[in-house]
Design a protein around this ligand. Structure first.
Ligand code: UFG
Length: 340
């Protein structure tokens, strides 16, 4: 029998790419999503890519009764990948309680159901935001967690603590937290990708929307950082590469290959790219000229962060494969397809 995996937030950006990769290797996928930041036609698109339509349940995992009813309806789940969360840093500053309630209550409801219904395996979406501005770069998993600069970042830190404490109290539970660096790009089919609501906060959607004419000008937030060209440095990771890491993590748990009951890994490329380098790579690889100007720094931004990926490479046997150029081309193809 196929192993069954619950993917929360499975119609969202990283979730949908992961569903495709899970189905490609034979998992039976059930998606739970409240469609707060995604659309139902993502299911059609997943089906177009995979030839398989995943099961889908629309409800809010904040609702404990509905969450329990879901676990009753699907008694054969083997594992869970929990993507469902709010993720806009700026919005979290304005609406902290909305973020704490959504991101923490959903996790706690899931953990409770995992113990009640004996589903032992969880992969959790964490973030490099837990490191703040690390003292040493590239940043390794044993770098200290620093005080979060936003309620969003804090929900990821608190979530990791909730996981550790819950696993300590319930040794039958196992979790891998994946600390994403900056996920970008889209599926090569251009059928799924990132769908930001309103004006994008993140660099790459802002770039593609500027190139297509939806935005007049890209603002480069700061050119006076202590970096080679003065702009801030991040580790941009292709979303399909990222999705594949989840498939490996879920198999590691199900096959009991994990070395601890709570493990965490950096998912990045290991290479830092500055904002100017991203712009240059986009212009070169797509042939599009970008209208941009340098403005002041954005509040809350760190100067530079990129991953030491050795632990993920060695333990998971996973490595990011796609280049920045090809990933930016995939983001551009997706943007063009959206606006056709
Ligand atoms: N940037 C610009 N102009 C823009 C948007 C972004 O210059 O219009 C710059 C930012 O200042 C930053 C870089 O591009 O230097 C990347 O910014 P993003 O907003 O794309 O990504 P962040 O690194 O700020 O945020 C990401 C995730 C968050 C996570 C954070 C942790 O989106 O979920 O990393 O560091 F919390």
């Amino acid at each position: 029998m196929k192993k069954q995996v619950l993917v929360t937030g499975g119609t969202g950006y990283i979730g949908s790419h992961t569903v495709v990769e899970l189905q490609a290797v034979g998992y039976d996928v059930v998606i739970v999503d409240n469609l707060s930041n995604s659309q139902l036609d993502v299911l059609d698109r997943i089906e177009q890519i995979s030839g398989i339509r995943p099961a889908f349940e629309q409800f809010d995992l904040v609702d404990q009764e509905k969450t329990e009813a879901f676990f009753q309806k699907y008694p054969n789940l083997n594992a869970i990948i929990h993507f469902a969360a709010f993720k806009a840093v700026g919005q979290s500053v304005d609406k902290p309680l909305m973020y704490y309630r959504n991101n923490l209550v959903t996790l706690m409801n899931l953990l409770e159901c995992m113990t009640i219904f004996n589903v032992p395996n969880l992969v959790f979406s964490s973030s490099c935001t837990v490191y703040g501005q690390p003292e040493k770069l590239p940043v390794t998993e044993d770098a200290p967690v620093q005080k979060a600069t936003s309620p969003y970042g804090n929900t990821k830190q608190i979530s990791e603590e909730i996981l550790q404490d819950t696993i300590f109290a319930n040794p039958e539970l196992k979790t891998i937290a994946l600390r994403y660096f900056n996920p970008i790009g889209a599926h090569p089919s251009a059928l799924i990708g990132e769908l930001p609501l309103g004006v994008p906060n993140n660099l790459v959607p802002f770039i593609t929307q500027t190139a297509i004419g939806l935005r007049q000008q890209l603002s480069v937030f700061g050119d006076d950082y202590n970096t080679p060209d003065g702009s801030a440095v991040r580790d941009y990771i292709n979303v399909v590469d990222l999705a594949k890491a989840h498939v490996i993590a879920i198999a590691r748990l199900m096959e009991n290959k994990n070395k601890k009951n709570f493990e965490y890994f950096n998912l990045g490329t290991g290479r830092g790219a500055s904002v100017f380098e991203v712009i240059e790579s986009f212009e070169r690889s797509t042939g599009q000229k970008l209208n941009y100007k340098v403005v002041g720094r954005r509040a809350g931004d760190v100067e530079q962060v990129y991953a030491d990926t050795r632990f993920a490479n060695e333990e998971l046997g996973w490595k990011a494969e796609k280049t920045l150029d090809e990933t930016l081309v995939s983001a551009w193809t997706w943007e063009k397809n959206l606006r056709k």
